[in-house]
Design a protein around this ligand. Structure first.
Ligand SMILES: [Zn+2]
Length: 289
């Protein structure tokens, strides 16, 4: 009996007799062709999925066939705007996000290896300009979103998140934890797109800069007023500081007339200044001046 299955070819879904199509790597007729060539001719690319919404789910599934999901990711699903919960839709509309981890964070569970979570890929992944290539899509998914769940599952090595707890009921300012996980995910994403000091093939300078800017903006959130103890916020400013954050565009050094240390400020997009704590200045600048 001849059955049919849908196979994406050059971005167009066509029905082919199933006995003429072999899964990649098992084809007899294409024995000498490199695997990449076979795949390239049989799957929708990110560009195809960007152009044609009907290919997006198939595109994601194609990518998922080629990456193994870590133990802490339960699923990765494409959802149209109509399929998203109204709150998620509203959040996405007013943020630059395009994929997200579906989670209600319980601080006490961070690092307990019990938070296995799903990731949702939304149409904004394809309609916003952040991602332009297959490689950038994979970096956003596995380098960034997976890292968010890994953070919750394995815990945080850079900072003791239990310090964010505000009362015995486990109440905490979720925005502070979000800033921490965002920095962590961006750091991981940067690691995944840079090899030996150069950008991986398929990753643009624009994507790299966007990732660095996301990290920078998240770091400046440690100055946002919160119920979290100011000393804890200062510890975060210190723990997550890295010399890379200071560039001629972002960093302003004001010589002090009274104290021995200069005032060092980071600047945001609107020109607002954020003063680095003295301990950071001592650690990172004193040796140089
Ligand atoms: Zn994120």
């Amino acid at each position: 009996m001849l059955s049919y299955k849908i196979v994406p070819i050059l971005g167009v879904l066509v029905a082919m007799p199933s006995n003429t199509v072999n899964p990649p790597g098992t084809s007899n007729s294409n024995q000498n062709a490199p695997l990449e060539t076979i795949i390239d001719h049989q799957h929708p690319t990110f560009t195809d999925a960007k152009r044609d919404p009907s290919l997006r789910s198939a595109y994601l599934n194609f990518i998922l066939e080629r990456i193994s999901l870590p133990e802490y990711i339960t699923s990765v699903t494409y959802k149209t705007l109509e399929e998203l919960p109204p709150e998620a839709r509203a959040d996405l509309e007013k943020s630059p996000e395009y994929m997200y981890v579906d989670a209600a964070i319980v601080l006490a569970d961070v690092g307990k290896k019990k938070t296995r979570l799903p990731i949702i890929v939304t149409p904004y992944t394809f309609t916003r300009d952040t991602i332009q290539t297959d490689e950038e899509f994979v970096a956003s998914l596995t380098g960034h979103e997976f890292a968010h769940v890994a953070f919750l599952y394995f815990g945080c090595t850079q900072f003791d998140v239990s310090k964010l707890r505000l009362d015995e009921n486990g109440f905490f300012d979720v925005n502070v934890l979000k800033a921490i996980t965002e920095i962590d995910a961006c750091q991981n994403q940067l690691k995944s797109i840079v090899v030996n000091g150069a950008l991986r093939q398929g990753i643009s300078m624009r994507y790299f800069d966007n990732t660095k800017n996301d990290l920078y903006d998240s770091y400046l959130k440690f100055w946002t007023p919160t119920q979290t103890n100011p000393q804890v916020m200062q510890e975060l400013q210190r723990s997550y500081f890295s010399a890379d954050l200071c560039t001629p565009q972002t960093c302003i050094i004001m010589p002090s007339t009274t104290a021995s240390l200069p005032g060092v400020f980071l600047k945001d997009m609107n020109g607002k200044l954020y003063r680095l704590p003295e301990s950071v200045i001592k650690d990172f600048f004193s040796q140089k001046h």
